[in-house]
Structure formats: structure tokens, C-alpha cells
Design a protein around this ligand. Structure first.
Ligand code: G3I
Length: 394
């Protein structure tokens, strides 16, 4: 039991600790505010504008340059939101189902069990695209994520190859002649896994070894010789040690595949840009793209958006920074003639994976895409339009 004296000392001590804590919290908030102010100064150019002479839709601007512009979408959103669906018809010459061509993602279950395929949602997406003269690109046939719940307990070294071959044969065969390009293998490189050739320790690598990649491409090519077959990856866009390591590993992979005659025709640069990442080196990116192109590969900008979670909250400032990042990045990548397709990972801020995966700490809605939540064209839309207009014709 405390004496009165020690209790008073305890209270005084407690008050002191709380005051100190409060000061520390205030100091931290102050540092954060100062950083945000610095960041806004470095990232933002208040005088930058994104003027355009006309509002021709992105698909037509791209077509005039020999490019294809498209966006990812989810079945549930196109079905439930006719106004959104109409924006895809207006702006896009290509549709990339965000969930429906994966093994299992969101509410899409292409693979309900090892013996079944449910094409209902994917068929709806392909039909939506075709009836609007849009092409389709498929993401993704072989990935370490989005594997159905039954995968872990049902797949093993003995049956993994036959399961992989059957999946690719069935899915690619089902859409033969209807898909512009497939991400045959997605994100197979992860230097931090410490494996030979910087290959990711994916289940497919565990069960089948490095040759699962070549196998996947050969099966896909046999199932649909008309589709462009791509390797797709992320974390390659910046002048950082890990992005550089990954660029080198991806280049080595692409060189190996080409040298062994793997039927690969393209590389997908996902392009999930990081709004507050200052280490962007145009010359290094140009060189990487040129090295990929020198292998005889086309390049698809496959999942373009801007992660704005660390950007200043004010919408005008944030939109201007995001638009500037789009224009600066695209002015580099669209200079590479091998780049033939530009796909944003979503079209409107109303529906983006970033809401769940990269939410802002201040709770403000993310604003990564060309259209805002009201489906109105933002400065990001104008920035993309300007970059396409400035690009060399293919
Ligand atoms: O929105 C629902 C939410 O209501 C629900 O409470 C929650 C719990 O199930 O799920 C939420 O949906 C999730 C959705 O992301 C949110 O965007 C889905 O379960 C989840 O499967 C989905 O993940 C998708 C992810 O791939 C894995 O399939 C993302 O939508 C999709 O944008 C993302 O796309 C990948 C590319 O395929 C490959 N490159 C990276 C890219 C981003 O991760």
C-alpha cells in the first residue's frame, strides 16, 4: 500500500512522464508535418499544368500512335456500375480482368476445385470486351499468389506439373484467338529469397524447379499460337539497389528464356509507381527497356497506377504530383518503340486495389487513377493523354 508521500511522488513522476510523452508525440507530429512540407516542396510544382488542346479519349490518342490503351476492371464493378462500364467503352481499347482469369481472386473462382473450371465471370468479361471492340489481356496463368484454398492440401511434387499443364491448356485453349496477350508467368523473380538466378521460392519453383517457367510458356504457345506471351513483374522502375538487382535478374531470366527458345514475345513492366519515391532515373530506366527490347521482346506497361499513400493530403496538390509522375514516367517509357500497350490498373479511383492494399494513414480516399470517384477525368488523365500525344508513332 503506498504512503501519502510516495503516492504524491508517484503522481508527480507520472505527470512528468505523461508531459514528456506528450512532448515526444508532439515532436513526432511536428517532424511528420515538417517532412510532409518538405515532401510537398520537392514533389510538387505548383506552376505545373497539364493543358490539352482537346479531350479525345485515351484509346483514340493511343491508336493514333500505334499504341493500345486499356485498363484493368473487375466483373463485379462493371456489372454493378453502368456509368463505370461506359467509361471503359469510351476510354479503353483493351480490358484486363483484374480477378477473373486468376486461379482465385476476390469473388472470382476460376478454379473451384482441382478438377473444375468455372469460366462464368471470365466469359462475361471477354464478352463485355468483344462487344465493345476491346481486346483482352489475361493476368495471370502462373503466379505464387491467388492460388485457391485447396491448392496447399491437394498439390504436391507428383501432380504439380500435370495440374499446371492442364490449367494452361484449358484456360488458354478456352480463349484461343480472343486474348491479345497473357501474363504467362507473373513475378517469378525475388532476389531477397536468396535462390539461384534470384528466382522466387514460389510453390511452382518448389515443386517443379526453375524449368516451370519454360514449361508454362511452351504449353501456352501450343494452346494459342496467336496470343502474345509475356513475363510480368514489378519493382523495376526506380534507381534503388533492390530495383536495380531485380532489373538485372529479370534481364538474365529473359536472356535465358530467349536463348533456350522459350516462346516468349513480351515483357510486362507492371509500373505500380510510388508517389513519394524520389529515386527515379530516366536514363537507367531507358537502358533497361532498351536491353529488354534488344532481346526481340515487345514491352507492355501492364499495371500502371500511382501509390499516393505518403503524398500530401490536399487533393489539388496530390493530383498535381500524381499527374506529374504519370507524365514523367510515361515520357520515358513511351519513348521506347518496343512499348506497344499501356494498361492502367483500374480506371477510376472508385475501384482500386490500393484502397485495401495501400490505404492512407490519414484515412483520405486514395486518388491513383485517371478518373476520380465521380468518374471525372483528373489531371492524371490529362497527363497520360499528353504523354501519349508526345510519344513517337509505332
Ligand atoms: O474488396 C474486398 C473486401 O470487401 C473484402 O472484405 C476483402 C476480404 O476478402 O477482400 C477485398 O477484395 C480483395 C481485393 O484484392 C481488394 O482489391 C480480394 O480479396 C483480393 O483477392 C484482391 O487482391 C487482388 C490481388 O491482385 C490478388 O489477386 C487485387 O485486387 C489486384 O489488384 C491484385 O493485382 C495484382 C496483379 O494481379 C499482379 N501484380 C500486382 C497486382 C497488385 O497486387
Amino acid at each position: 500500500m503506498y504512503s501519502r508521500c510516495s503516492r504524491r511522488r508517484a503522481l508527480t513522476l507520472g505527470a512528468g512522464v505523461l508531459a514528456g510523452l506528450g512532448t515526444a508525440i508532439a515532436a513526432k507530429a511536428g517532424v511528420k508535418a515538417a517532412y510532409r512540407h518538405y515532401q510537398a516542396q520537392v514533389l510538387d510544382d505548383p506552376d505545373r499544368t497539364f493543358d490539352l488542346v482537346d479531350l479525345t479519349p485515351l484509346k483514340q490518342r493511343a491508336q493514333a500512335k500505334g499504341l493500345i490503351f486499356g485498363a484493368a476492371a473487375r466483373h463485379q464493378d462493371l456489372v454493378s456500375d453502368p456509368a463505370l462500364a461506359d467509361c471503359y467503352r469510351t476510354e479503353c481499347a483493351l480490358l484486363a480482368p483484374e480477378w477473373e482469369l486468376k486461379w482465385s481472386a476476390g469473388n472470382a473462382r476460376l478454379r473451384p476445385d482441382p478438377a473444375q473450371f468455372d469460366f462464368t465471370m471470365a466469359d462475361w468479361m471477354v464478352d463485355f470486351a468483344q462487344t465493345r471492340q476491346m481486346q483482352v489481356r489475361g493476368n495471370a496463368l502462373v503466379w505464387h499468389l491467388c492460388l485457391p484454398d485447396w491448392f496447399t492440401e491437394r498439390v504436391n511434387r507428383q501432380n504439380a506439373e500435370s495440374l499446371l499443364v492442364q490449367h494452361i491448356q484449358t484456360v488458354v485453349g478456352h480463349y484461343a484467338g480472343k486474348v491479345q496477350s497473357w501474363d504467362v508467368v507473373n513475378e517469378a523473380i525475388e532476389p531477397q529469397d536468396g535462390q539461384a538466378q534470384s528466382l522466387r521460392r514460389s510453390p511452382w519453383w518448389e515443386f517443379l524447379g526453375p524449368d516451370y517457367i519454360d514449361l508454362a510458356f511452351r504449353v501456352a504457345a501450343a494452346a494459342d499460337p496467336t496470343a502474345i506471351l509475356a513475363y510480368n513483374d514489378y519493382g523495376l522502375e526506380y534507381d534503388t539497389p533492390d530495383n536495380e538487382a531485380k532489373r538485372q535478374a529479370v534481364l538474365r531470366l529473359l536472356e535465358r528464356l530467349k536463348s533456350q527458345g522459350t516462346p516468349i514475345q513480351a515483357f510486362g513492366l507492371q509500373s505500380h509507381l510510388v508517389g513519394n519515391e524520389l529515386r527515379f532515373n530516366p536514363e537507367k530506366l531507358r537502358r533497361f527497356l532498351s536491353d529488354v527490347a534488344s532481346l526481340g521482346l515487345k514491352i507492355l506497361i501492364s499495371e500502371l497506377d500511382v501509390i499516393d499513400r505518403e503524398l500530401p493530403q490536399p487533393v489539388e496538390t496530390r493530383d498535381r504530383i500524381v499527374a506529374g509522375l504519370y507524365e514523367d514516367f510515361l515520357s520515358v517509357v513511351l519513348d521506347e518503340p518496343a512499348v506497344i500497350t499501356l494498361v492502367t490498373w483500374g480506371l477510376s479511383d472508385r475501384y482500386t486495389w490500393l484502397t485495401e492494399f495501400h490505404p492512407r494513414s490519414d484515412g483520405a480516399a486514395v486518388r491513383p487513377l485517371p478518373l476520380d470517384q465521380a468518374l471525372t477525368r483528373k489531371s492524371a488523365w490529362r497527363a497520360i493523354a499528353r504523354a501519349i500525344d508526345a510519344a513517337p508513332t509505332r
